[in-house]
Design a protein around this ligand. Structure first.
Ligand code: FAD
Length: 270
């Protein structure tokens, strides 16, 4: 569906994380459905933002659209998104000024195949989720879906940022773990592995994801092996991390998931 059919949604809250990262929630249009891990196209009309209210109303202000993974689970009442601020970025230089009550536009067709339903073989056993920065978004959505906790025995979430302040959603991850731990008899065992690469941070590993996999440090840290016969592996975020990690995994015998078969699924953000 084209962006011309986008429908308006209203900003309900905004949470600053660092000067270049924030999350926000919006209304969810009736009938809008998606699978955990999918992305949508969000639009902003700069002239309609409250921050630009002094701009001449008749000035032409075409909407700008970008792909955004949905953070909220398919069952949540509202939609949530996690955004970077790119200096001079056409979209985020506007989006960073969002205020509660502002209007955004949602192309109501969900996109993307970074979903757990894509895996037919191997059967679900251990799930490895590797994210940098805002690439965490689809994995929070998956962890908000009870099926994820029911279907897997082990889940490893390795999430890398440059600084400790940029590690977002850490409390939310702990909340999801305790919430689903209560509802299900034998929920997946989640191991959250925070990684901070540009400063020392207590409790965090401090090397890039491909380096931690290549050296075997990650597997030793979690006490599990990446295994072609059992592992589902998803990579999301920075294209360099995705590319390097994919190649490292392939060198260990893991395969790209194609037509449902294989271990690795990826999504690049640029
Ligand atoms: C499938 C998909 C899902 C995406 N989901 C998200 C999401 O959930 N949250 C989000 O913030 N962005 C996401 N993006 C990126 C998003 O679409 C925009 O690129 C981003 O909002 C910046 O838009 P911009 O117009 O300001 O800058 P652009 O002109 O789009 O990008 C300029 C440059 O900024 C850098 N950049 C772009 N996105 C990011 C990012 N997320 N983190 C760090 N650097 C970046 C790259 O170097 C890029 O070349 C996604 C992209 C894709 C393809």
């Amino acid at each position: 569906m084209s962006d011309q059919n986008a429908i308006s949604i209203t900003v309900l809250s905004k949470t600053p994380i660092t000067p270049t990262l924030f999350s926000f929630t919006t209304t969810r249009p009736d009938g809008f459905r998606f699978e955990a891990g999918q992305f949508v196209r969000l639009g902003v009309a700069p002239n309609e933002l409250q921050v630009n209210q002094t701009a001449p109303k008749n000035a032409i202000s075409p909407k700008i659209f970008r792909a955004y993974s949905v953070v909220s689970s398919p069952y949540d009442e509202h939609l949530e998104f996690f955004s970077v601020v790119v200096p001079d970025g056409a979209f985020t230089s506007q989006l960073q000024h969002l205020q509660v009550g502002d209007t955004l536009y949602l192309n109501p067709e969900p996109f993307g195949f970074l979903t757990l339903a894509r895996y037919q073989e191997p059967a679900p056993q251990d799930l490895w989720l590797f994210a940098t920065g805002t690439g965490l978004a689809p994995f929070i959505s998956m962890l908000g879906d009870m099926m994820t906790w029911q279907n897997y025995r082990d889940i490893v979430l390795a999430y890398s940022s440059r600084t400790l302040a940029e590690l977002a959603y850490v409390d939310k991850i702990a909340d999801l773990q305790s919430q689903f731990g209560q509802f299900i008899d034998t929920p997946a065992r989640l191991q959250f592995v925070p990684i901070v690469t540009r400063e020392k941070a207590d409790g965090c590993l401090n090397e890039r994801i491909p380096t931690l996999i290549e050296s075997g440090k990650l597997e030793t840290h979690v006490g599990l092996s990446l295994n072609p016969a059992t592992s589902h592996i998803m990579l999301c975020g920075n294209p360099q991390m995705v590319e390097d990690t994919k190649e490292t995994l392939k060198s260990k015998g893991l395969t790209m998931n194609r037509r449902g078969v294989g271990n690795i699924a990826v999504e690049n953000y640029w």
